[in-house]
Design a binder for this molecule. Structure first.
Ligand code: SF4
Length: 75
């Protein structure tokens, strides 16, 4: 599985993640920040485990995030 960790408080709402990995990211209409779909909140951080087929798109999202809000782990 692939682990995605999201530091939501750092998000500036640039939309890059939602464009590159729309199956996993949406933009919130409420505060304009990205939402990690199915992410479980723990303090300031959101985590989710996803199928390896989502690796490529989420790696692109992580690479293009200007605030480095998104961390991908393979295990
Ligand atoms: S790419 Fe990063 S800064 Fe931009 S919306 Fe997504 S999480 Fe926020």
């Amino acid at each position: 599985m692939i682990g995605i960790t999201y530091y939501r408080h750092k998000c500036i709402g640039c939309r890059a993640c939602a464009e590159h990995a729309p199956q996993r990211w949406r933009m919130s209409k409420k505060d304009g920040k990205a939402v990690l779909l199915e992410g479980v909140q723990k303090g300031k951080v959101y985590n989710v485990e996803v199928h390896p087929e989502e690796l490529e798109s989420n790696e692109t999202a992580a690479r293009t995030c200007p605030e480095n809000c998104i961390i991908i782990r393979q295990h």
